[in-house]
Design a protein around this ligand. Sequence first.
Ligand SMILES: [Fe+2]
Ligand SMILES: [Fe+2]
Length: 185
Amino acid sequence: MSVNNAMTADFLRSAYGGESMAHMRYLIWADVADKEKMPNIGRLFRAIAYAEYAHADNHFKVLKDQKGDFTVPAGAIFGIGNTVENLQGGIDGELHEIEQMYPVYLETARYQKEKGAERTFHYALEAEKVHATLFKKAQDTAREGKDMDVATIYVCEICGHTTTDGLPDKCPICGAKSQAYKAFD
Ligand SMILES: [Fe+2]
Ligand SMILES: [Fe+2]
């Protein structure tokens, strides 16, 4: 898969930048949760960080023929607070992607008939919806000073689908088989 239109290429680079930075800050916030004795929330941050890596990887691969040096503007949330505050950062970032960024990027890719970009933006948009829900759940328990009650977290390495409801037979977003899921336990 490649890309032909400048605007879709710009959006892919920006999304790659945004996902790369989300990956990194979730790992940083995971360490904060561990220090606050909330290892399950730490694990959730690490699982979701892996999903963001999958999104960045997909975006980067669609851009494989666009070689060169670029300056990449991308939205990114900064700051290290306590885990309740860091989870709010997670929720805000995910909601920005769900409500603003990916719907616009996806429509542009469709309009420009960019199949590879359309697929990777679709995967990311659908996965981020689950991330926002999981961060909200985690924040509800963290507000009470408690860790999240969660068993194994599974992440689809193809599309970043993330679930705490057991290993799916088939990914509901990309259709991959259960072997495509990475376990965080
Ligand atoms: Fe996400
Ligand atoms: Fe998937």
